[in-house]
Design a protein around this ligand. Structure first.
Ligand code: MN3
Length: 190
């Protein structure tokens, strides 16, 4: 069986940038549905099997495993401690890969904005090189042998209630709630 993780903060915690109703539905309905679906599809599997299921040839299994894995990764990447800044080794790595933090954020935002349809934008590490990628639907970078460090969900369900068609406004707002210590923690593991 698979389980829906609790949000690490109240649904109101990311206001005004991410609204409580969106968080409530996104976590309590969308993520919960991925958990129910993957549990129903794979009743003999559990969380430890999730990485392998991200590569499953059955698209129903791959999509719902990805939906569970991606959202479980996403929630702790946001924090009620708004307007944090990256620090330490992570900053040095971002500066090395992208010239400076502003350039990194601009490129990441552009990738997230330009991604056609539903999907995710990611900062990943691949062979200790940082890069920005996007994936369609619920595809995971782990299935591409890339390690995710940061992610933004650009499915419309992530922003439509508050931002409607203005994905760029959602992305700009989302930077205010990025949990940089969590990104650093992922960076330390690569
Ligand atoms: Mn989502």
């Amino acid at each position: 069986m698979f389980t829906l993780p609790d949000l690490p903060y109240p649904t109101t915690a990311l206001e005004p940038y991410i609204d409580a109703q969106t968080m409530d539905i996104h976590h309590g309905k969308h993520h919960a549905a991925y958990v129910k679906n993957i549990s129903d599809l794979c009743p003999d599997k559990s969380e430890v099997d999730l990485p392998a299921l991200l590569r499953d040839p059955n698209p129903k299994i791959k999509n719902n495993a990805g939906g569970h894995a991606n959202h479980s990764f996403f929630w702790p990447l946001m924090s009620p401690n708004q307007d944090q800044q990256p620090a330490g080794d992570l900053v040095a790595a971002l500066n090395s890969a992208f010239a400076n933090l502003d350039t990194f954020k601009a490129k990441f935002s552009s990738a997230a904005l330009a991604h056609f349809g539903s999907g995710w934008a990611w900062l990943v590490s691949s062979n200790h090189q940082l890069e920005i990628i996007t994936t369609p639907n619920q595809d995971s970078p782990l299935a591409l042998d890339k390690t995710p460090l940061l992610a933004i969900d650009v499915w419309e369900h992530a922003y439509y209630l508050k931002y409607q068609n203005r994905r760029a406004d959602y992305i700009a707002a989302w930077w205010h709630v990025v949990n940089w210590p969590q990104v650093s923690a992922h960076f330390q593991e690569i």
